[in-house]
Design a protein around this ligand. Structure first.
Ligand code: OAD
Length: 250
């Protein structure tokens, strides 16, 4: 199928859909200037996520781990939601039942005004106590952070980013909400390399449960999908939206 017919095919599926679930990854924020983790323009600063986003790395060298997060927080603070976030925000308010399950910790879906966001990997704007002293997680949007590593206001121990690290379990409530959303008519898989589990298993589960699953990625990689559109999220979603909501001629 050609690119144009792929776009039309997705638009007609969406017109008929009652329940839409969107699984997003770093690629949806690429056009906002936030580097992805993998791929040609992937995150560098001399580190791979697997090296720093782990409990072991934090135990060994919390300052370096925090410097990496503080650097990413500065990039994200300057970024704005792009057209892909905007279109999903519009759909989340226009379509009857939309869930956006995001692996991104940047908060751009929320800033675009999206309803029904499930943060699979947490938020870079939240901190929690690394000693689990009992203090509830708290928000901190200061950039740069005044002290690295930051401290827990409860016990003065080390604070950690409120994100899920490699080797850590996904919060059970978040996992349950994400899996419930896979009982949908259409599932879009947008801007993820589909290599990090358990997030990468969600698309396959949607396929198994009978959803129409479409991937949007310049380098599609999810297996078993019904439609793979090789394009950028901000362009593809904009084109689809222009078919769903054609401008009224004067
Ligand atoms: P990756 O960096 O692994 O993959 C980004 C994907 O986005 C790649 O497949 C790119 O081809 C695609 N891409 C790039 N530009 C795009 C665009 N404009 N539109 C659409 N797609 C585009 O990011 P994730 O799959 O999100 O986890 O990574 C998964 C997890 O690995 C992250 O949540 C993070 C990371 O380590 C943790 O930190 C636990």
């Amino acid at each position: 199928m050609s690119f144009d017919s792929d776009i039309h095919s997705l638009a007609s599926r969406l017109k008929a859909a009652r329940r839409l679930t969107v699984l997003t990854g770093a690629g949806i924020s690429a056009a906002s200037g936030i580097p992805t983790f993998r791929g040609p323009d992937g995150l560098s600063r001399n580190f791979r996520a697997e090296q720093l986003a782990t409990p072991e790395a934090f135990a060994r060298d919390p300052k370096t781990v925090w410097e990496w997060y503080d650097w990413r927080r500065q990039i994200i603070a300057r970024a704005k939601p792009n057209r892909a976030h905007e279109v999903l925000a519009v759909w989340s308010r226009r379509l009857p039942d939309v869930t956006v399950v995001t692996q991104n910790v940047d908060g751009l879906h929320e800033r675009a005004g999206t309803k029904g966001v499930v943060r699979f990997h947490g938020s870079i704007w939240e901190l929690s106590c690394s000693n689990a002293c009992g203090r509830e997680a708290w928000s901190d949007d200061r950039v740069p952070l005044p002290e690295l590593p930051p401290r827990c206001p409860g016990c003065s121990g080390l604070a950690r980013p409120g994100v899920v690290w490699f080797g850590e379990a996904i919060n059970l409530d978040i996992l349950a909400r994400s899996r419930r959303a896979l009982d949908c008519d259409v599932c879009l898989v947008v801007g993820t390399s589909s290599v990090v589990y358990p997030a990468a298993a969600l698309a396959a589960e949607a396929v198994e449960r009978g959803a129409f699953v479409a991937e949007i990625n310049p380098e599609p990689g999810a297996s078993g999908v019904d439609l793979a559109i090789a394009g950028k999220a901000e362009e593809v979603l904009d084109r689809v939206e222009s078919l769903l909501s054609p401008s009224i001629p004067p």
